[in-house]
Design a protein around this ligand. Structure first.
Ligand SMILES: C[S@@+](CC[C@H](N)C(=O)[O-])C[C@H]1O[C@@H](n2cnc3c(N)ncnc32)[C@H](O)[C@@H]1O
Length: 312
């Protein structure tokens, strides 16, 4: 299987890694293995533990496994990062670098059978790995209000109610089976002027919402970030690349709250009861964005934001 994923902001990522020191690394979102491979080739790596919930990651790990004995891939969710460390040879190890490159890889999006693409016909699935939910059940079985709430909450789609109504109307005639079918239903719900004005596909936000909900992506991220604090070495770095504002806010809040600030990214979030113990120092005051040339070469990188913090 060919690796279709182009790693995002790899130059920026590796610019934070120490060149001479021997390091233990976790690549929590192995994907096609681009980050892992580069780090193993260029740095003095003691051990690199890679994690990915998608079983296809095992295919891309084969070449790396054959070249590097200090590389291990575990096919699991990163919300179990601490358990993974403690249930393997890594028990009681601490890490110098923990990387997250959140979201889906091109190997997932470009395979129409996975149901992530709104431009290619495929089944409504959207599971990144094992999950007790799938897109078909949500689209065809959830109550209209529940569906609208999901589309609003995880897609920040202002036409969520209209879209949910239209989905329910259509599925009464015939179950919605296919990604293009769903995408065409959504397209009808947006005002014509929006279709002309917006550069993004009209179904993008709804597809994002369903995918986040199917894979419980925001809770995965929150849980995992909390656990990294227990397995990071002093001076160790957490680096997170995110691709949409909901994830970026989680990262920003997590870094802020653990570096002694009470600040919230949204006034709608509950006030923090206390200032938490200071465990992190924020390295990137503002997120680092991909260069214009990277965006040109890999348009999927355009919404990426990299944030870095250091354990103190
Ligand atoms: C953007 S890709 C990573 C690409 C990788 N950095 C590279 O260079 O090839 C994101 C990967 O994270 C995985 N992933 C997303 N959420 C996850 C989770 N909660 N637990 C484990 N893996 C996850 C996806 O399956 C996907 O393979």
């Amino acid at each position: 299987m060919e690796n279709l994923h182009k790693s995002v902001m790899i130059k920026e990522i590796i610019s934070f890694l120490p060149l001479t020191k021997s390091i233990n690394v976790i690549d929590a979102t192995f994907g096609g293995g681009g980050y892992s491979k580069t780090i193993l080739e260029k740095f003095n790596v003691n051990q690199l533990l890679a994690i990915d919930r998608d079983p296809i990651s095992k295919i891309f790990a084969k070449e790396i496994e054959s070249k590097f004995s200090n590389f291990t891939l575990i096919n699991d969710k990163f919300s179990r990062i601490e358990e993974i460390v403690n249930n393997t040879n890594f028990k009681n190890k601490k890490f110098d670098i923990i990387l997250f490159d959140i979201g889906t890889s091109s190997n997932q999006i470009d395979n129409a059978q996975r149901g992530f693409s709104l431009k290619k016909s495929g089944p409504l699935d959207m599971r990144m790995g094992s999950s007790d939910k799938n897109a078909y059940d949500i689209i065809n079985k959830y109550e209209e209000k529940n569906l609208a709430d999901i589309i609003y909450q995880y897609g920040e789609e202002r036409y969520s109610r209209v879209i949910a109504k239209e989905i329910v109307k259509n599925r009464k005639i015939k179950f919605i089976n296919d990604t293009i079918e769903l995408s065409n239903i959504i397209k009808k719900c947006l005002p014509k002027k929006n279709l002309l004005k917006n550069k993004i596909h009209p179904a993008t936000k709804t597809f994002q919402a369903i995918r986040i909900y199917v894979n419980d992506e925001l809770n995965e991220l929150k849980t995992s970030l909390e656990k990294t604090l227990k397995i990071l070495n002093k001076d160790g770095l957490i680096l997170v690349v995110s691709f949409q504002s909901l994830e970026d806010r989680i990262v920003k809040d997590f870094f802020n709250h653990n570096s002694g600030k009470r600040w919230r990214s949204s006034r709608h979030y509950p006030e923090l009861p206390d200032i938490l113990a200071t465990q992190l120092k924020i390295i990137t005051k503002k997120p680092i964005l991909p260069s214009a040339s990277e965006i040109l070469e890999n348009p999927r990188s355009r919404s990426a934001k990299l944030r870095v913090a250091q354990k103190i």
